[in-house]
Design a protein around this ligand. Structure first.
Ligand SMILES: Cc1cc2nc3c(=O)[nH]c(=O)nc-3n(C[C@H](O)[C@H](O)[C@H](O)COP(=O)(O)O)c2cc1C
Length: 170
């Protein structure tokens, strides 16, 4: 088959998906639940996220691994001589995207990615204590959750305003 024939036949969000539960006050509670569900449901590589950065108004994306989460941040690591290190030095704004196909779920995160050496509480999850890596934590200010349902989808966001997470249906 030629590539456009493959594209015509590709199926997305084809399955039975979980009901959307009531939403907690903190997006981290829901993110941790959805990420745990992705591990438990056998999603391939559930901790993989697409991380987007911007340099001189030009976006760039790549896959990185989420290495740890705490109450306010998501942690990833990278080698030092990398484009993303230069890009993040000039502009801390990032977007991160998780997609867990078996669950029909996507999470979009916007925030700032800051180089940190304050990671002793998650050091067990990191390679940096043994290797010369940069550790960044993403501090989100917006989460968008997408849940496929039988006939369509549900989408809602949490936005940080005055240190409080506000929820909106989209
Ligand atoms: C499954 C997968 C996981 C990856 N995990 C990481 C990672 O955790 N950190 C990282 O710096 N690069 C990771 N990479 C490589 C990046 O996608 C990218 O190719 C590399 O970091 C260079 O990106 P940059 O030039 O934008 O800095 C991963 C790639 C794949 C396919």
């Amino acid at each position: 088959m030629n590539i456009n024939d493959y594209l015509k036949t590709s199926k997305i969000l084809d399955g039975t998906f979980p009901e959307l539960e009531s939403t907690p006050d903190s997006p981290f509670t829901l993110f941790n639940k959805w990420l745990s569900d992705a591990f438990e449901s056998g999603s391939d590589e559930p901790a993989v996220m697409v991380l987007s950065t911007v340099e001189d108004h030009t976006p760039d994306s790549r896959v990185v691994l989420l290495k740890a989460v705490d109450d306010s941040s998501l942690y990833f690591e990278t080698a030092k001589p990398r484009s993303k290190v230069r890009q993040l030095h000039g502009n801390h704004n990032v977007a991160a995207n998780f997609y867990w196909p078996p669950l029909g779920r996507q999470v979009r995160i916007q925030g700032t990615a800051v180089l940190t050496d304050d990671f002793s509480h998650v050091a067990d999850n990191l390679d940096a204590p043994e290797r010369d890596l940069n550790v960044y934590h993403i501090i989100p200010y917006r989460f968008e959750f997408y849940q496929a349902v039988t006939a369509g989808y549900k989408r809602f966001e949490y936005v940080l305003e005055d240190n409080r997470w506000l929820q909106h249906t989209l």
